[in-house]
Structure formats: C-alpha cells, structure tokens
Design a protein around this ligand. Structure first.
Ligand SMILES: Cc1cc2nc3c(=O)[nH]c(=O)nc-3n(C[C@H](O)[C@H](O)[C@H](O)COP(=O)(O)O)c2cc1C
Ligand SMILES: O=C(O)C(=O)c1ccccc1
Length: 379
C-alpha cells in the first residue's frame, strides 16, 4: 500500500487533487495549463461530471474481516492490479519534456495500462519501448485517409499494442474558448511534431516534409483528422483492419452501446471526453447505469470523465463499470514531476481505491459487483 503521508514523511506532491491541480497551474505555462484544465464552452459538462458523483454514495458494511483484498482483474487480455487505466491524453510534451515516455514508464512500473493517443508527441515505437513489459493499448483518431489509417494500425500492432481504443466523440474539436483564444497554437504548432508527422504514409501525402514546411504539414493533418463526420460503416472498416480487441470511446447512451455491439466491438467506454467536447452534455456518470444495463455483461463497460479520487473510482465500479480511466489527474502529475509525478498520482488513486473499498467492506471486484445496494441516492 502507498504510504504517502503515512510514513512520517511529507509527500513531494499533494495527495489532494485540487491542490495537485493548483500546483500544476503554478509550474505550467498558461497555454499548457489551460489546454489540460479547460473544457468545452461554459464548462457546464465538466461541472456536471463532478456533480454526478455528488448524487451517489457508498453504503459501507462493518466487521467483514476483509484484511486480505485483491482488486486485480483481467480485461480484454490485459491483467491489471486494479481496474484503473490512464486515458489517452494527446501532446504530453506540452506538460513535460519526457511526455508520453514518462507516463508509459510510470504506468508500466505499476502494471497499469496507459492508453497511447494518436496525438502523441513521441512515436508509437518509442512509447512501446518505454513501456517495457507493461501493457499496451493504442487509441485511434481515425484519419480520412485509408493509407494513413492502415499505417497507424500496422505500426501499433507491430509495436506490441494489443487493444485498440477508437475515439468517436472527437471527429472535430469541441468549442473550447481557452484554446480558441490562442488559436490552438500550442498544440497545433508549439511542440507540434506529434504523431502522425513521423508516420511514413502521412509523410507520403506531403509535397515537402514537415521539417521543410511545417505549416503545410499542420494543414494536411487538420484536413485528415478534423471536420469529417463518419458513420458506423467506417467503424466496420476499422474492425476489419484490427484483429485484437476493439473498444469504442465516447458512448453516452444505451442505443449507441447497442449499435456498437452490433458492429462487433469488444468493449465500450462511457465518456464525454472529460467535458471537452459537447458543453451541456449530461454528467458522464449519469449515463453509466443505462449503458451497463443495456450491455448486460456482453462486453466490458469502461468509464471516464470526472474521476479525481480513488473513492470516485470506487463509485463508478459500484455502478457497474468494469474499469475506469483518468485523464487530467495524471496529466497534472506529469507536469509536476514527470515519471515520478505520474507514479505518485497513480499510487494515490490505487491506495485510496483500496482504502475506500476496504472500509466499505469489500474484498474483491466480484463482491463489489454482486452488491446491488452499494449506491444509494445522495450522500
Ligand atoms: C489534455 C487532454 C488531452 C486529451 N487527449 C485525448 C486524446 O488524444 N484522445 C482521446 O481519446 N482522449 C483524449 N482526452 C480525453 C481523455 O482520454 C479522457 O476521456 C478524459 O480526460 C477523462 O476525463 P477527466 O480528465 O475528467 O479524467 C484528453 C483529455 C485531456 C484532459
Ligand atoms: O484535447 C483533447 O481532448 C484531444 O482529444 C486532443 C486531440 C488532438 C490533439 C491533442 C488532444
């Protein structure tokens, strides 16, 4: 168990997520902090993500003799010490020079999967190497060009990524005032060598290399990755191109979960992208029970958007999620301490998850799932 603060030494970074965010704000340039902390529009969905957690609660049981506990699980062929993953977060070099490499190393050291974003600042191959013997999941933003899609998938497969996460909710970027007021310059240009600039199929579509003409490369990437809405038939094509488990990210209603199942997915992630896409969308946790009920155990249902603590994770699991992902919390850890910062955040989440479920009277996930009375209205 993580002894942050319990071993007589003050932890190097705060264990409280709000203080962690405040500390990250002090070290990051304003554009980088805003990129992570910001959301769509007025921020209503970001607030709704948190408010949804405030409407549900655990009902602890006493004297359960559960001093031995095990939260480990196997999901889509990946063993994990607890049902926790680091969600895909693009352009992590805006937060720390080591970016995705630091995240991959920290996650691998703990056996926790970190999902690699298509918009990574380091190449798929470099991140695969940094993740050592750790699990590898790859997130696809589907470009309009079939050759580039095939190349991204072939490289992910060759680099040992086993699970494909296809993000559906960001076929064009949401209306994000904080980024718009900077014309998205930080992540379009700033450290802008993000994948797929390194991809051979992407480079083949350019008259001159990104090194010679960065502006043209950025415009080409924009054309390939944003502004083209696609339908379920496109998902079939990706399905046909990926043999391993495929999970769709961004599901917010039961009908879409049903459609996804019909199109052969192996899992769904209930998510509103951390409130970064559709402002005024409902809090993601409110969408979880309906999707869980409609999927009815046929494939795993994962959840993200708004989780800040291990106790938040516990509630989402109690509501039927098979695993949860976090975004901003580990991004702030990365900003503050690189690999050590991500490691700290993940250990805090794992430790608080264990403490919460322990004190609530559970010993493993099967027990937590078997309990229908775990969530009972407002606290
Ligand atoms: C800075 C940042 C960048 C992100 N980049 C991606 C991305 O490249 N691909 C993706 O599928 N989701 C991306 N997301 C969404 C996260 O994977 C996740 O859905 C979200 O952060 C969860 O909400 P939370 O931040 O409240 O935990 C990003 C989120 C943040 C905060
Ligand atoms: O900012 C995001 O939420 C996101 O998904 C993204 C998309 C492209 C590049 C970087 C991040």
């Amino acid at each position: 168990m993580y002894a942050a603060g319990l071993d007589g030494r003050v932890p190097a970074l705060p264990t409280d997520p709000a203080r962690l965010e405040a500390a990250a704000r002090r070290v990051l340039p304003a554009h980088a902090f805003d990129y992570v902390a910001g959301g769509a529009g007025s921020g209503a969905t970001m607030r709704a993500n948190r408010a949804a957690f405030d409407r549900v609660g655990l009902v602890p049981r006493m004297l359960r003799g559960n001093h031995v506990r095990d939260w480990s699980t196997r999901l889509l062929g990946t063993w994990m010490p607890a049902p926790l993953l680091l969600g895909p977060v693009g352009v992590q070099s805006l937060l720390h020079d080591d970016g995705e490499l630091a995240t991959a190393r920290a996650a691998a050291a703990l056996g926790v999967p970190a999902v690699l974003s298509t918009a990574s600042s380091h190449t798929t191959e470099e991140v695969a190497e940094a993740s050592g013997r750790g699990p590898r999941w790859y997130q696809l933003y589907r470009p309009t060009d079939d050759d580039v899609t095939a190349s991204l998938l072939a490289r992910a497969r060759a680099a040992g990524f086993t699970v494909l996460v296809v993000t559906l909710d960001t076929w064009t970027l949401g209306w994000r005032p904080r980024d718009l007021d900077r014309a998205y310059l930080p992540f379009l240009r700033g450290v802008g060598t993000a994948i797929p600039f390194s991809d051979p199929a992407f480079r083949a579509g350019l008259a001159r290399s990104p090194e010679e003409d960065l502006g043209a490369a950025v415009r080409h990437r924009q054309r390939l990755f944003t502004g083209t809405a696609w339908g379920w038939d496109r998902l079939d094509r990706i399905r046909a191109q990926w043999e391993g488990p495929l999970v769709v990210k961004g599901i917010q209603r039961a009908e879409d979960a049903q459609l996804a199942l019909r199109h052969g997915v192996d899992g769904v992630i209930v998510s509103n992208h951390g409130g970064r896409q559709v402002d005024r969308a409902i809090g993601a946790l409110s969408a979880l029970p309906g999707v869980v009920a409609s999927v009815a155990g046929r494939v795993p249902v994962l959840f993200d958007s708004g989780i800040r603590t291990g106790a938040d994770a516990a509630v989402a699991l109690a509501l039927g999620a098979d695993a949860v992902l976090v975004g901003r919390p580990f991004a702030f850890g990365l900003a503050l301490g690189g690999q050590a910062g991500v490691h700290h955040v993940v250990r805090c989440l794992l430790a608080e998850l264990d403490t919460t479920l322990a004190l609530a009277g559970y010993r493993d996930l099967a027990e937590l799932r078997a309990t229908e009375d775990v969530v009972a209205g407002a606290p």
